[in-house]
Design a protein around this ligand. Sequence first.
Ligand SMILES: Cc1ncc(COP(=O)(O)O)c(C=O)c1O
Length: 373
Amino acid sequence: MVQNSLLDGGKTHDAIPYPRDSRWQREWGRYDYSRSGNPTRDGLQATLASLEGGVGALAFSSGMAATHAVTMLLSSGDHVVTSADCYGGTYRLLHKVCDRAGLTVSLAPSHDLAAVEKAIRPNTKLLWIETPGNPLLSITDIAACAKLAHDRGLLLGVDSTFATPVLTRPLELGADIVMHSATKYLGGHSDLLGGALVVRDKALYDRLYFIQNATGAVMGPLESFLCSRGLKTLELRVREQCRTAAQLADYLAGQKQVRQVYYPGLSTHQGHELAARQMDGGFGAMICFDVQGDFQVAKNVVQRTRLFHLAVSLGAVESLIEQPAAMSHASYDPAARAAHGITDTLVRLSVGLEAFEDLRDDLDQALQASATE
Ligand SMILES: Cc1ncc(COP(=O)(O)O)c(C=O)c1O
């Protein structure tokens, strides 16, 4: 295994230890300033670390702030390889913000290990994957990526927002960092914005704590409380949402207005067998499908549902619908979007806790009406 230079114990930056261990804390008390430490946030972080099996967790003001903190481990001239099937905001951060700090980025279809290996350069420091990917729900082999990353001296970070710790625990599969948009399943009720990093290694944790404290994008106490409360029902929600999503995916696969359905639980899905091994007892509650027709037909579908609310978020108790090309992935360059299969006719669903029959009937009326317009 090649030693990763980002784990150099802070030779290039001053890493301060987590306050709990520090002399500062002993002398001045545990909670002297809320950016550096807060009891409600600490409670949430302890739960998150336990759920993911990490040495520690850090709660951020948003998922993007969490991802941004990881990129701040890197220095000008470093290179990142990331999943082509990734959240549009991650694409925007890496291509349109981090580029100004001198980072370069390559997208690779991370379900294809040979393609990932090919994208790695001598200056690559971070492999950042999303599984299931957003929006096409491609499945990436976390353990294989961890081996590849560590053999080449890279860190592996996994955006596990879609999977949640109920279905996948990336640190147990060898990842160094797991990231969540806590805005989604962890919170679960569309009433908070937050992000989280959970880390396997203490030295890396200390460096991320230093970055978070220095840059300040911490989760507030109210959001920390709401997220802790959301976590109490995480498993119940996710299991039920997976059950309904599987039924909806089967329904959609049988509709003539639907060209293709993307759902890891379908045997026709690209990563189905890997998902069955890597995901614990469910395939998630996100579904995408391509409608027959054009951009306008897909737009009509997302505007016609009544129970599925039109919004780009996901992972909450209420079901949501959106059109990635115009909404969640609008910040992709159009050519990159086309190259990665994010078509104008794609519709994305986040399945909530409503009854399957009601959700099916809602989609049914939207598909029928949109096709005849
Ligand atoms: C997979 C994924 N990662 C990261 C994010 C960013 O999270 P946030 O909106 O909390 O900043 C999102 C948001 O939609 C997402 O879907």
